[in-house]
Design a protein around this ligand. Structure first.
Ligand code: SF4
Length: 338
């Protein structure tokens, strides 16, 4: 039987555990809030439930809250954390402080089995799914946890290849009995696995972004193998036709590579597939991997794309790189992990 951890249980599961020990659902709610907002010490310190309940909970299950084993700080303030789960799975998480927001970028798998060419994580291989508790722990055990305003599922792994745990983690992060982070401030990034995307749109209020690389299927398939089974155009149609929820953001992540996907033809095709969909575009610089020959499109080219998309009525913005010097930027996680 799997070892039981408190972190990663939803309120029904905590309540069932509490009831088995003779405690009530209301007491379970207090225990959940203390655990998810303040960690194990929060559960130990709360005076709103009896000491016998704390003892019972902590004897019935391990807290499942564990700190990073290593942290590296970038010159721009970004901090990369290496975690090792109780089962021995290694994964990284990134804290990104900015003027108006402080974001934790979480991993959903140790490694990844999709194998996209523009990503180091794919080269690390697949070492297992992270549990909902492992995902939530990356926020709870972040040394800056009290400052965190946003969470993005853009670290190691393909979230829609671990949909059950991703949906459960999103539930714990947003619930009032959990971390109570607004779903508007949580974004999940995918290369697009149709069944997972549909489930996510139906069962979560959080934002979704599709990693595109190229609007041309024959180009995308060479870099993002998932295109073969799950064409991006099909995912975009699903996203565009999904009933809009207030303030929920559906977007495309477009990593721009000089001379590869930044031509006028790419720009026009992007417009063709996105016009009138309500889907916005986040343009990102490419981060060179090892000794590959690709390099990022220059800033002025990325801003040209943005302006042209905006003039066509498509919302677009250019994102800055963060944490490149410590290999914490997009596509670089798992660099140096053995
Ligand atoms: S880009 Fe995402 S899906 Fe592709 S290999 Fe990297 S982590 Fe996996």
């Amino acid at each position: 039987m799997d070892k039981k951890y408190l972190c990663g249980l939803n309120i029904d599961e905590i309540s069932d555990l509490a009831k088995a020990g003779g405690f009530t659902r209301s007491q379970a709610l207090i225990a959940a809030v203390a655990l998810y907002r303040k960690g194990e010490s929060g559960l130990q310190k709360t005076t709103r439930i009896p000491a016998s309940m704390k003892k019972y909970l902590l004897e019935s299950a391990s807290p499942g809250i564990y700190p990073p084993v290593k942290s590296e700080k970038s010159a721009d303030g970004t901090v990369k954390h290496l975690f090792v789960s109780p089962e021995g799975k290694k994964y990284e998480s990134v804290y990104i402080p900015e003027a108006k927001r402080r974001t934790v970028c979480v991993s959903t798998q140790s490694g990844c089995r999709i194998g996209c060419l523009l990503c180091v994580t794919g080269k690390y291989g697949f070492h297992g799914n992270l549990s909902a508790g492992d995902i939530v722990n990356q926020v709870i055990s972040n040394p800056f946890r009290d400052k965190v305003t946003h969470v993005v599922f853009m670290g190691m792994g393909e979230p829609m290849d671990n949909t059950d745990n991703v949906l459960k983690a999103a539930d714990i992060l947003t619930a009032e009995w959990g971390l109570a982070i607004s779903s508007r401030n949580i974004t999940v990034s995918t290369v697009g696995i149709t069944s997972g995307v549909k489930r996510f749109l139906a069962e979560s209020f959080c934002n979704l972004t599709l990693s595109l690389y190229s609007p041309f299927p024959e180009e995308r398939i060479r870099v993002i193998p998932a295109e073969r089974e799950y064409p991006a155009r099909e995912i975009i149609t699903i996203m565009a036709s999904w009933p809009l929820r207030k303030k929920r953001r559906l977007s495309i992540a477009y990593v721009m590579i000089k001379g590869v996907n930044d031509s006028e033809e790419h720009l026009e095709e992007l417009k063709n597939i996105l016009i009138s969909t309500g889907i916005r575009v986040n343009i990102l610089p490419y981060h060179t991997i090892g000794d590959d020959s690709w390099e990022s499109s220059p800033d002025d080219r990325m801003h040209y794309f943005r302006n042209s998309l905006l003039m066509s009525g498509i919302s677009a913005s250019v994102r800055k790189s963060r944490g490149v010097d410590i290999s914490a930027a997009c596509g670089l996680l798992a660099s140096g992990m053995a």
